[in-house]
Design a protein around this ligand. Structure first.
Ligand SMILES: [Fe+2]
Length: 224
């Protein structure tokens, strides 16, 4: 089974809370998917590495798409591999960064992933210390996304992203930024032209289902 949740921001207590959400029963056939702002590879410290070693002891698989609050060079320093039909950075034997524009088959479901978002709090962050320019996708990542979706007949089961289509952001009562128009506009294209069963996204730090097909996840865990 897939268990989908929102931003974890490197908060160990946040992951511990999963115990109250059925985590103790998850085994080798279960996959936890975090919709960006994983944050456990941020300071690139021994403290973080020890915790990643702890995650390696979990009996289930842990995957995350990237958010905007990530140390991208640190994530990208892990080995790149093919895994379940898409490209990942292998963090530990059971912990994977799901790269942008990929289609994975996990638990028999096709899953499209596209991390990244614009940091509205960029003004209070420092480049290469608490903010990295890779937070928004580049041309190659968009091209790969389009090509991989096309290869799958523009049809997947689930979409996993950090932010959301502009239309959905407005449904949350938020105003999309001019700064991420390329990404959120791209997501609007997916919303129209790609067939999917459900779209899960983080970033907005809220738990809300929209129009039966979209779920903003933060602390909630969606079991599918
Ligand atoms: Fe976040």
């Amino acid at each position: 089974m897939l268990h989908i949740t929102g931003d974890t921001h490197g908060d160990r207590d946040r992951l511990k809370k999963l115990e109250e959400q059925g985590e103790s029963e998850w085994g080798e056939n279960d996959t936890l998917i975090i919709c960006g702002d994983f944050g456990f590879i941020f300071a690139n410290s021994d403290y973080e590495r020890e915790f990643l070693d702890e995650l390696e002891k979990k009996p289930y698989t842990i995957c995350f798409c990237d958010g905007n609050h990530e140390n991208f060079p640190a994530i990208y320093s892990f080995p790149k591999e093919n895994w379940n039909g898409g490209r990942v950075h292998r963090i530990r034997k059971n912990v994977f960064h799901l790269m942008r524009g990929q289609v994975f088959t996990i638990d028999g479901k096709k899953i499209f992933t596209m991390g990244g978002a614009y940091s509205r709090d960029k003004y209070m962050r420092f480049e290469n210390l608490s903010w990295w320019k890779e937070e928004l996708p580049n041309d190659a990542e968009y091209k790969e996304a389009i090509s991989n979706l096309r290869e799958n007949g523009n049809r997947v089961d689930y979409v996993i992203t950090h932010t959301a289509p502009r239309y959905i952001i407005r449904m949350l009562g938020k105003e999309p930024s001019l700064r991420d128009m390329e990404l959120t506009g791209f997501f609007d294209w997916i919303r129209h032209d790609v067939q999917f069963e459900h779209w899960f996204f983080g970033h907005w730090h809220t738990d809300r289902d929209i129009e039966g097909k979209f779920s903003a996840v933060y602390y909630s865990v969606k079991n599918v």
